[in-house]
Design a protein around this ligand. Structure first.
Ligand code: GTP
Ligand code: MG
Length: 236
């Protein structure tokens, strides 16, 4: 029998949104726990089979943002930049969607294929919260799958939806167009941060957005690339 192709998928999401519940439901007992390199944050990896694939699932630290200056955020961003994961499952909490979408947008900016798992749907339904998942899917340009990670039936449906995702071209998020003043700043920053982008093996737009969000992001890599504090022209 042919060996199954290995595919690595990372689970990313805010704290307490159900990452571990989904991770456990998918991998069962086939997991092991270690540490992210250089930090005390726990790293969980597990395996499961989906169609003709062997999936390695990596549970990223739960974070509200990806600015890479806190230990847990840095572990998550470093891992995603390594491109070991070919796909991200971004879990969002259906009862707290807006707050969760900040991280979703930052993940989309990384231009890694992604699906959005809209979790806690059972609670959202009980509370009468109505969500337009088609609109969400259109905005990010990736599939949005409803989920209750604690329900076996819902997890079975999720696995079947993931089977469809993997049978199609990988869903790359659309580029988000930010407000004019952000886009203008990105244009100024892109050439200046190019050496940092090269060092991180990523694109200058992403480094620019990260720098705009938090000037301390990857301060060590900015220093290593010889890029000093950048001053942006004042807007009229
Ligand atoms: N009702 C309901 N409860 C859920 C669902 N998903 C997760 N939970 C519960 O929500 C709590 C948090 O879930 P976890 O899976 O630990 O969340 P997490 O994202 O791993 O949290 P951190 O690792 O702390 O960031 C647990 O008590 C879960 O049992 C869901 O879809 N519906
Ligand atoms: Mg967890």
């Amino acid at each position: 029998m042919a060996a199954r192709k290995l595919l690595t998928i990372a689970i990313a999401g805010n704290p307490n949104c159900g990452k571990t519940a989904l991770f456990n439901a998918l991998t069962g007992a086939r997991q092991h726990v270690g540490n992210w390199p250089g930090v005390t944050v726990e790293k969980k990896e597990g395996y499961f089979e989906l169609g003709d694939r062997q999936i390695r699932l990596v549970d990223l630290p739960g974070t509200y943002a990806l600015f890479a200056n806190a230990e847990d955020e840095r572990a998550a961003v470093d891992y995603l930049l390594s491109r070991e994961a070919s796909l991200i499952i971004n879990i969002v909490d259906a009862t707290n969607l807006e707050r969760n979408l900040f991280l979703t947008s930052q993940l989309a900016d990384m231009k890694i294929p992604m699906v959005i798992a809209v979790n806690m749907m059972d609670i959202a339904e009980n509370r009468g919260i109505q969500l337009d998942l088609d609109e969400l899917s259109d905005f990010y340009g990736v599939p949005c799958i409803p989920l209750s990670a604690v329900s076996e039936k819902s997890v079975t449906n999720f696995i079947s939806q993931m089977g469809h995702v993997l049978a199609s071209p990988m869903p790359l998020p659309k580029q988000i167009a930010y407000a004019d003043k952000v886009e203008e700043a990105v244009k100024v920053l892109e050439p200046k941060v190019a050496p940092v982008a090269k060092l991180l093996a990523t694109d200058a737009r992403w480094v620019s957005l990260m720098y705009l969000g938090n000037e301390k992001s990857y301060a060590d890599k900015f220093a290593e690339a010889g890029v000093m504090r950048i001053s942006l022209p004042k807007r009229a």
